[in-house]
Design a protein around this ligand. Structure first.
Ligand code: ADP
Ligand code: F6P
Length: 483
């Protein structure tokens, strides 16, 4: 049996250089946090981009960079600034990301960035080819690398290739607007197995394959010349134990062991024991519905003024893709909204919104999850949303209420949450009211169900299910070919 090679744009860590020394910072985002747990358990190799462009790496530091990545079982694909601009900030995040999240009006269709996307995908494929042989299993991740499966297949016709998409696959009516739609589908079909978070994404993909390529689809298998490609849904889980154990240990921390953030949260809890903390955690991304959420919070406070000084919204937004104009606009919009709402509604002793625009260490995420009475996640469109799952896993006493957008993939598995349509202010505001007033018994009942499910369908099970399915597909295909 060969080794497993994971390949994604982001590695588990991002490298930074300051004052001539290299630091490795954990990557943020669902793919990196989820796959990190899978990768740390085995002897896989992870190939991806280091986060530094060729121009940013001084020659004398190159060996140290390779060494730093090797410590994380990783190896890098070198990208120039021009490549990062066209491939990552360009085609991946100005074309595919908005299109696949139904923000059609944000999608830019530029030939130059498509060409760079193709070239960079070839670079990733070459890196895989250089580090693998026919015995290995290749697991390719996400929308940045949709052409890699076919590029690898061309050179290694018999190698096992799995692909998992971490974002939604849009309906045919949206997907068909992409000028390079056939190439993208053909790129993906180089895989033996293609995985999605939900059945809906799977069904959309199959419909596009049928209608755009005219290929025969038998239930969830596609006939591609001499091979069968299987398509299935694998809802990604979290490292449940990591989050629940961290939350348990956190509860046993002595005052001297607590973080500054926790001490400050405690202080506010002590001074206003009846007040509720409402928490949102997202990358600062227009798909996450942060601006709408802020407007809905204002709407709620105007509708129920008795909750002034009784609720506090903590918004943690992690900086993301800040070279893309839509993200810069969103940053400005969120800054202004927070300023305006706080300016209008704050009192001497109360600031309605606490807004943090930064990445926080794991310990602080646990501080926030465990201190918050309500998690309020209202994406307009989200492939999965692992934050919803992480919040529930940290509620070791089973209290807490999750309000979750039905447009998040995770809503399919979290029926016990208060599910809302992020465009319906009235419903959002009522769900906040309901969450604030939910009896503890009901909270515990809902969370017990959720926790049982999340513990069972954790990230390890997700990865095992995917790998088992890939293996079975290969065996089946081998039988078919030999007939
Ligand atoms: P996405 O993949 O779109 O970013 P997810 O909710 O699926 O959304 O995953 C986000 C991941 O990033 C979670 O595992 C979460 O813990 C982590 N994360 C989000 N915000 C922060 C932050 N400010 N600091 C550190 N980690 C964060
Ligand atoms: O989960 C979707 C996703 O795009 C992942 O691919 C990625 O890790 C995450 O969001 C963060 O995005 P980026 O890698 O662009 O910072």
């Amino acid at each position: 049996m060969g080794k497993t090679i994971i390949i994604s744009n982001r590695l588990p860590v991002q490298l930074q250089i300051s004052n001539g020394s290299i630091t490795a910072v954990p990557s943020v985002g669902g793919l990196a946090t989820g796959m990190k747990s899978v990768h740390s358990g085995g002897d896989s190799l992870w190939i991806g981009w280091s986060g530094l462009t060729d121009e940013e790496i001084p020659k004398e530091l190159a060996p140290q960079i390779d060494k730093a990545l090797a410590e994380h079982g990783s190896s890098k694909v070198n990208l120039s600034q021009e490549e990062v601009d066209g491939f990552y900030f360009g085609f991946s995040n100005r074309t595919i990301w908005p299109l696949f999240h139904y923000f059609l009006e944000y999608s830019e269709f530029e030939l130059d960035s498509w060409n760079t996307y193709k070239n960079v995908n070839q670079k990733f494929a070459d890196a895989v080819l250089a580090s693998s042989d026919e015995e290995d299993t290749i697991w390719i991740h996400d929308y940045q690398l949709m052409l890699v499966p076919q590029m690898v297949r061309k050179q290694r016709p018999n190698i096992a290739i799995g692909f998992f998409l971490h974002i939604p696959f849009p309906s045919y009516e949206i997907f068909r607007t992409l000028p390079w739609r056939e190439e993208v589908l053909e790129g993906l079909l180089g895989s033996d197995l293609i995985g999605f978070h939900t059945y809906d994404y799977e069904r959309h993909f199959l419909s596009s394959v049928r209608r755009l390529l005219g290929l025969e689809v038998h239930f969830n298998e596609i006939d591609v010349s001499n091979r069968l490609v299987k398509v299935d849904s694998f809802p990604m889980g979290i490292d449940y134990k990591k989050f629940s154990t961290a939350a348990k240990n956190h509860g046993n921390n002595k005052a001297s062991e607590q973080s500054d953030l926790q001490r400050r949260l405690n202080k506010h809890k002590e001074s206003t024991p009846d007040a509720k903390f409402i928490l949102s955690i997202d990358r600062l991304d227009y798909t996450k519905g942060i601006a709408k959420r802020l407007n809905a919070f204002e709407y709620f406070l105007k509708k129920y003024p008795e909750y002034k000084e009784k609720v506090r919204l903590i918004i943690l937004a992690v900086p993301s893709r800040s070279n893309v104009p839509q993200y810069q606009l969103l940053k400005r919009e969120v800054d202004e909204l927070v300023g305006r709402i706080n300016g209008e509604l704050a009192t001497v002793s109360w600031t309605p919104i606490w807004y943090f625009y930064r990445s926080l260490p794991f310990e602080n995420l646990i501080d926030l999850y465990t201190s918050s009475d309500i998690a309020w996640l209202t994406p307009i469109r989200d492939g999965m949303n692992l934050v919803a799952k992480e919040y529930i896993a940290t509620r070791t006493d089973k209290t807490g209420v999750l309000i979750l957008s039905e447009m998040a993939g995770s809503a399919n598995e979290m029926n016990e949450a208060l599910l809302i349509n992020p465009n319906n202010f009235e419903q959002i505001s009522e769900s906040l009211y309901r969450a604030i007033n939910m009896p503890v018994e009901e909270q515990k009942e809902r969370n017990s169900q959720l926790q049982k499910r999340l513990e069972r369908y954790n990230v390890e099970k997700w990865a095992n299910d995917f790998m088992t399915s890939l293996r079975e597909q290969r065996e089946l295909d081998a039988i078919n070919i030999s007939r």
